[in-house]
Each structure stands twice: as structure tokens, then as C-alpha cells.
Design a protein around this ligand. Structure first.
Ligand code: ADP
Ligand code: MG
Length: 225
């Protein structure tokens, strides 16, 4: 069943949360293929299931039912530790509210994920990413001395340090002005041009326009895409 074209294959994914005795149907039968090297935007209003879908794609959460193949491997029934390993090796996350270590400099914040899989070249790679993201001047600054746009760029560098095949960004420019948002989108386009698969979650049409393809979610179902 291995399909080298699709890096992500979701089949009839449902997610039900239990909330004080009530079922919340966050995803109601989502099927979605994403090809290796695609840049896909997932759009939808608040509450439509975007973050739930991101958490499932990123192996931070499991679906209640349905099948998920990641890179040709069925990841439905893998152990938590296998999940964590695949996540660390294959997936880079960029969140809106990103937690950098406040009294730690930019370089060490970028290097944080390598603690789990140290590699002699990682410091050099961190410096390369810092340069690419326009952060060289602040590389030795502590993260509590940075602007919002700089923090978000550190978050992207940190997401990319393990050279993930898939980068997932959940509303990554939520608190940023439009100039900075554009710069962040340019970074995603650039890494996508280098072969990375990018999944961008957003509720803004202008940001989704940066992607090759837009998938629309409404009430836990795909409307288009
Ligand atoms: P979005 O990111 O599009 O705003 P979410 O995936 O966060 O949507 O939420 C989808 C639905 O699932 C919403 O109704 C939300 O209230 C509910 N939900 C999300 N996370 C949880 C949770 N941990 N427990 C219970 N309900 C949740
Ligand atoms: Mg969300």
C-alpha cells in the first residue's frame, strides 16, 4: 500500500472529544492526501477543527477512528514512543503562541530539539538557519529581548533544525503585522522550494494564497480541496 507520492494520507478521520459527559465531534470524516513537496493551506473559521487536524497530522493526538498513513506507514496503532520518534525526525511545528526559553539565546533555542537526537553538525546548521531567517544580528540575544516577528522566525528555525520532511504551521502569523507576516510566508515558500512539505493552517485568505492548494474545513468536514 506504499504510495511514494502522498506523504500524508488521511482516510475518514473522526475525532470526538469528551466534554463533561458531552461528545464534541471536532472532525467528522476527513479524507485528505498531501503530496510530498506540496504547500497546502488548511482554512476554516474558528472551531472548524483546524488545530485538531494539525494535532493528528503531527502525531500529537490520535483520531477516534479512521486511517492515517504517514510516508506510507500506518501510524494508527503505533506506540507513544514510536510516535514521538517519528514526530521528532519528520515533523517541524510552528505554533502561534510559541514558547521559547526566555533567558536562553537564539542559538540555544533553535538547538533545543536536537537534545533528543544530537548530531555534530547541528550547531552549524542552526547558524545557517539563523542567517537564512535574518536573525544573525540577534543570534546571541535572549529571546525575551526579541520582537514578535523575530520570535516567530526563531520558532521557524527551531521547527526546521531536525530537517523535517513536513512542516506544520498553525496560524503562525496570528499576532504579527502584515509586513512581518509576508516575510514569514516567504520563508515557508523558500523551504517549500527546497523540497519541504508545508501544511499551513490559517483563517486568513491572504495567507492561504501563498499555498499551492487550499483545503477548506467547516464543522469538522472538508468543503473543498
Ligand atoms: P480550530 O483550530 O479550527 O479553531 P479546533 O480543532 O481547536 O478548531 O476545535 C474544533 C472543535 O473541537 C471545537 O468545537 C472545539 O471547541 C473542540 N475542541 C478542541 N479541542 C478540544 C478538547 N481538548 N476538548 C474538548 N473539545 C475540544
Ligand atoms: Mg486552532
Amino acid at each position: 500500500m506504499k504510495n511514494n507520492n502522498n506523504v500524508i494520507e488521511l482516510r475518514d478521520i473522526h475525532k470526538v472529544y469528551k466534554m463533561g459527559g458531552e461528545d464534541v465531534h471536532a472532525l467528522q470524516g476527513v479524507s485528505l492526501n498531501i503530496k510530498r513537496g506540496e504547500f497546502v493551506a488548511i482554512m476554516g473559521p474558528s472551531g472548524s477543527g483546524k488545530t485538531t487536524l494539525m494535532n493528528i497530522i503531527g502525531l500529537l493526538d490520535k483520531p477516534s477512528s479512521g486511517d492515517y498513513n504517514l510516508d506510507g506507514k500506518n501510524v494508527n496503532r503505533i506506540s507513544k514512543s514510536e510516535q514521538a520518534e517519528i514526530r521528532n525526525q519528520e515533523i517541524g511545528f510552528v505554533f502561534q503562541a510559541f514558547n521559547l526559553l526566555p533567558r536562553t539565546n537564539v542559538i540555544d533555542n533553535v538547538l533545543l530539539p536536537t537534545i533528543y537526537g544530537e548530531n555534530g553538525d547541528s550547531r552549524e546548521r542552526a547558524l545557517g538557519l539563523i542567517e537564512k531567517l535574518g536573525l544573525s544580528d540577534v543570534a546571541h540575544h535572549k529571546s525575551n529581548q526579541l520582537s514578535g516577528g523575530q520570535i516567530q522566525r526563531v520558532a521557524i528555525a527551531r521547527a526546521l533544525i531536525m530537517e523535517p520532511s513536513i512542516t506544520i504551521a498553525d496560524e503562525p502569523t496570528g499576532n504579527l503585522d502584515s509586513v512581518t507576516s509576508t516575510e514569514i510566508m516567504e520563508v515557508f515558500r523558500e523551504i517549500n522550494g527546497e523540497g519541504a512539505t508545508v501544511v499551513l493552517i490559517t483563517h486568513e485568505r491572504e495567507l492561504a494564497a501563498w499555498a499551492d492548494r487550499t483545503v477548506k474545513l467547516l464543522d469538522g468536514r472538508i468543503m473543498e480541496g
